[in-house]
Design a protein around this ligand. Structure first.
Ligand code: THU
Length: 138
C-alpha cells in the first residue's frame, strides 16, 4: 500500500474530479461522474462517465481515467497513488464493482477517495475488493 493523501491533497484531487465531471456525457441517467487519477510521478489523468443509448456500452469515469493513464504512460511505468471520484451533484459515489476489479489489477497499491453517507472516505483498493479475481500472465 502507498502513502495516504493528506487533507489538502485529498480536497485538491476531489476538486479536480468535480471539474472533470463537467465533461460527463450522461443523458440517460443524468448522473455526471468525474474521476482524477494521481500517479506517483505527480501527473494526473482525468475521466468522466460516457453513456451510450445501448446502455451496457456505458463507461464509468474511473475506468476512463485508468485507461487514459495506461494509454499515456504504459502499464509497466504506471504507479497509481490515488483516484478521486465525485458526482457533479455531490451525492454519494463509491466505485462500482467492475471498477473495483479494474483498480485491483491496475492500481493495487492506490487509495480511492469518494463521498458516501459517512462523508469523504479514503480507502485502500485492497479493502474495496477483498478476494478479487486474479490471473497471472503466461
Ligand atoms: N458510474 C460511474 O461513472 N462510476 C461508477 O463507479 C458508478 C456509475 C456512472 C455510469 C453511468 O453513466 C452512471 O454513473 C449511472 O450508473
Amino acid at each position: 500500500m502507498g502513502t495516504r493523501l493528506d487533507d489538502t491533497e485529498c480536497e485538491q484531487l476531489m476538486e479536480a474530479a468535480r471539474e472533470a465531471s463537467s465533461r460527463a456525457f450522461a443523458p440517460w441517467s443524468g448522473l455526471r461522474v468525474g474521476a482524477v487519477l494521481l500517479a506517483g510521478s505527480g501527473e494526473t489523468y482525468r475521466g468522466c462517465n460516457v453513456e451510450n443509448s445501448a446502455f451496457g456500452l456505458t463507461m464509468c469515469a474511473e475506468r476512463v481515467a485508468l485507461f487514459s493513464a495506461v494509454a499515456e504512460v504504459g502499464r509497466e511505468k504506471l504507479e497509481v497513488r490515488a483516484l478521486a471520484l465525485v458526482s457533479a451533484d455531490g451525492s454519494s459515489c463509491p466505485p462500482c464493482g467492475a471498477c473495483r476489479q479494474v483498480l485491483a489489477e491496475l492500481a493495487p497499491d492506490a487509495f480511492v477517495i469518494f463521498r458516501d453517507q459517512g462523508g469523504v472516505r479514503q480507502v485502500p483498493v485492497g479493502e474495496l475488493l477483498p478476494y478479487g479475481f486474479r490471473m497471472s500472465p503466461e
